[in-house]
Design a binder for this molecule. Structure first.
Ligand code: MG
Ligand code: MG
Length: 274
């Protein structure tokens, strides 16, 4: 059952989502050749706790860390380790935070130094597909409309859309109804309702959409070992339209990137100087 949130509850989810956004922004300056994913995980845990929140993933379903760190061919759910990142890698960082009883959950895939053109295109198309999907999250539409839009966009560029892992409702639980697949048929699935909150999170592969899992029971990677990217936003349905609760603003600020991709989905009241 889809849980409708009050305006007050949506503001609490926004607070947790923005802690995740700031955590990713802090990490953006630290993600470089030589750093290990375990070092980044410790920095993130400390940062989240300093902001009065709990790491959302730590201990959830017995996950051992605060961040899911999935380099290169890893799709999602990679476990931080002591292997240094190197020039040319990409790293998907998925982060959760729990504060005031509500979760934030979002993700960004970072390039490490210079990456090849095909992998850069994968990052761009995956991030763009996220906004293409968010645009369909509105009253009158259904779950399938978001998935359809993401799938069309990714496949048009020759990439594979992961089927086994999906986005989800978000609130007092990290994973609520409805499931939000990144593929689907127009006009199918559950109807969107005012006040619902979802995490939309395309996981897009450079090659086949097929995946495999490591023996650690967590790490998902592409079946053909080609790279995979993952971008995720938390979005509320307010006045019939999508409103972003999370933001890549802090990442872009850290990296000196100009972008107006989020503008149409952003609340007028958000002050990034707070
Ligand atoms: Mg996530
Ligand atoms: Mg999620």
């Amino acid at each position: 059952m889809i849980i409708q949130k009050t305006r007050e509850e949506i503001e609490l989810i926004r607070e947790s989502a923005l802690i995740v956004s700031k955590t990713l922004g802090m990490l953006a300056s630290e993600v470089k050749p030589g750093v290990t994913t375990l070092q980044l995980d410790k920095m993130a845990e400390e940062f989240i706790r300093d902001h009065g929140a709990e790491p959302g993933f730590l201990g959830m379903y017995d996950f051992p860390n605060s961040l899911c760190m999935s380099p290169n061919a890893q799709v999602v759910h990679g476990i931080p380790n002591s292997e240094p990142l190197k020039e040319g890698d990409i790293i998907s960082i998925d982060c959760g935070a729990l504060k005031n009883g509500f979760y934030g959950d979002h993700a960004y895939t970072f390039p490490i130094g210079d990456i090849d053109d095909e992998t850069q295109k994968l990052l761009d198309v995956t991030r763009e597909s996220l906004y293409v999907g968010i645009r369909e999250f509105k009253i009158g539409n259904r779950v399938g409309d978001v998935g359809f839009a993401i799938q069309q966009y990714a496949e048009k560029h020759g990439f594979g859309v992961v089927r086994e892992l999906v986005g989800h409702g978000l609130g007092a639980k990290m994973h609520e109804d409805p499931e939000m697949p990144n593929y689907g048929k127009r006009g199918r699935g559950k109807k969107f309702i005012e006040g619902m909150v979802v995490a939309i999170e395309p996981m897009i592969n450079a090659g086949t959409h097929r995946i495999k899992q490591l023996k650690d029971g967590w790490t998902i990677l592409t079946a053909d070992n080609k790279p995979s990217a993952h971008f995720e936003h938390d979005v509320a349905l307010i006045d019939g339209k999508p409103e972003l609760l999370s933001t890549f603003h802090y990442i872009y600020q850290a990296l000196g990137i100009q972008s107006d991709e989020e503008e149409e989905f952003r609340a007028q009241t958000i002050n990034f100087n707070d």
